[in-house]
Write a protein that binds this ligand. Structure first.
Ligand SMILES: Cc1cc2nc3c(=O)[nH]c(=O)nc-3n(C[C@H](O)[C@H](O)[C@H](O)COP(=O)(O)OP(=O)(O)OC[C@H]3O[C@@H](n4cnc5c(N)ncnc54)[C@H](O)[C@@H]3O)c2cc1C
Length: 217
């Protein structure tokens, strides 16, 4: 399997950042996108992520991005056919000390000013929403009904498929190394994929041939 010798955009890393970048570039009409991943898509930290998606962020732009993410996660499956595991279950943030309660109230006011629906609730109401939680030591809590959770690995695959449907291409089992020390001389690929570092050698295309993704990414 030979790799393209050039692309207008090369993305290194097939975690959520790489797959989302590929998806959004493709969405904007960029067809010449190449995503390189040394292992399998999602094999990095994305695979371990809890998947919580909260809208209460420290500034307006991060809040807008989080709100956009929620819209995307709830509609992406219809576009790609791959589930994202999105569940709009809402979130409860609790405060045990008066100081923490003050911080939460400030954060709630800020989030509200950014257009997020936030409710201040009593410890008892928090307990009703999450019955396994101890509430007798709480000062208060906030409830954000629009928050939820996704499955980060599934979401990544869904984004990668969306990118691929729009013309982006991804190759897995291929490490990019910027070290100019030694270039790969293997005839199976034409990218500088390995150097003399042992970690790179293990991922060299000689020992682990690049795989052009077929499905879902
Ligand atoms: C829906 C969702 C919810 C989340 N919820 C939480 C949460 O509740 N709490 C929390 O703490 N975090 C959460 N996160 C964030 C998560 O923990 C990680 O921070 C995030 O997924 C990291 O993504 P990444 O793409 O930056 O990195 P990674 O997933 O690590 O991707 C990087 C990729 O690059 C590849 N790579 C590295 N070097 C090379 C190379 N030289 N050549 C080729 N490939 C290479 C790696 O193999 C890896 O696959 C969430 C993420 C998502 C998507």
């Amino acid at each position: 399997m030979s790799l393209p010798t050039q692309a207008r955009v090369v993305i290194v890393g097939g975690g959520i950042a790489g797959c989302s970048t590929a998806y959004h570039l493709a969405l904007q009409g960029e067809r010449d996108v190449l995503l390189l991943e040394q292992g399998r898509l999602t094999c990095g930290t994305t695979w371990h992520a809890a998947g919580l998606v909260g809208q209460m962020r420290p500034n307006r732009n991060m809040t807008r991005m989080s709100k956009y993410g929620i819209e995307l996660y709830s509609t992406l499956e219809a576009e790609t056919g791959l589930a994202t595991g999105w569940k709009a279950c809402g979130s409860v943030n609790v405060a045990r000390t008066p100081e923490r309660w003050m911080v939460l109230q400030k954060q709630a006011a800020l989030a509200r000013s950014f257009g997020v629906e936030v409710q201040l609730i009593t410890p008892q109401e928090a307990g009703d929403l999450y019955p396994v939680m101890r509430t007798d030591d709480l000062q208060g809590a906030i409830w954000i009904p629009g928050d939820g959770k996704a499955n980060p690995a599934d979401l990544c695959m869904s984004l990668a498929k969306g990118a691929r449907n729009r013309g982006a291409v991804s190759y897995t089992h291929l490490a990019w190394c910027s070290s100019p020390a030694k270039r790969c001389r293997c005839r199976r690929c034409c990218l500088p994929t390995c150097c003399t570092k042992p970690a790179c050698r293990r991922r060299c295309c000689r020992s682990s041939p690049a795989t052009r993704s077929r499905s879902p990414a």
